[in-house]
Design a protein around this ligand. Sequence first.
Ligand code: DAO
Ligand code: DAO
Length: 292
Amino acid sequence: MVSFRFLFLFSQPPKLPISAASNASRRPFSVGCSIAIATTVVTAAGGGIAISRNPNNPFLQDALNFLTSNFSPKNNFTPLWGSISLADNSAPVTESRTGMSFPAVLKDSQQLLGIGLRRKAILGLKNIDVYAYGVYADDGDVKKFLGEKYGALSTTELKGNKQLDKDLMESDVRMTVRLQIVYGKLSIRSVRNAFEESIGSRLKKFGTEDKELLQKFTSQFKDEYKLPRGSIIDLSREQGYVLRTTIDGVEVGSIESKLLCRSILDLYIGNEPFDRKAKEDVELNLASLLGK
Ligand code: DAO
Ligand code: DAO
């Protein structure tokens, strides 16, 4: 039977993508919850056939019409919590706070594992939303490099396994962190400074204050580049620990360095990530990709 809570959620069409996405972002790919809700969706849609014959129930009718129109395959919006697993869901995912959308799969085989938001305090006063990001990993590589060690464990056993995150960061699994710029006044100078600060601290943490390496990376950021709102930066770890950077699909440079790759990933899935929930989602989905 259709629950009223559920219908309430669906009786506000203009707000739905945001509230759905924000539910999703609280636990975007939570498998148990998704199954339960997917069942509700099916039940509700099934119920719609019966209810649609009842002209005395306009409230339910509106809700169900909305439901059926928004859940059609033609529609770009597919609520995440309506999907059973990440692998089954090929629709883009929207970061709820910024509205930035991320494809479910990049480069044919890299699966979206989690999305988050990078914020920064300016002058210790107010926080600005700098960019939304998505973390992707190659499905086949995950199994190839981590399957032997973790493949025999159940998904439940793998959840929250700290060593798994670490092994992912240190492995040669192809990964991409996609950044979508939200802050419209980003200068290359501020990117360079922020980068030196965040990556510099990670390089130090991993035992080397490699100024040359930092410089090599930041010298890719030419002053003439522009990063208006909506720009897409892909930071990809390619095979052989090569960090390849593209802006809106155009390559700006490639650097081979295991340490640099590790440091970049640490910002998103290390001990002090920019967005803790994004890291939790990565862990959860990694466990689903690997576990039995
Ligand atoms: O304009 O002074 C300012 C605030 C700028 C904050 C910049 C934070 C940069 C974060 C790195 C962005 C990487 C794409
Ligand atoms: O958020 O503090 C941070 C660091 C993010 C890493 C940003 C790398 C950006 C590379 C952009 C190249 C621009 C020319």
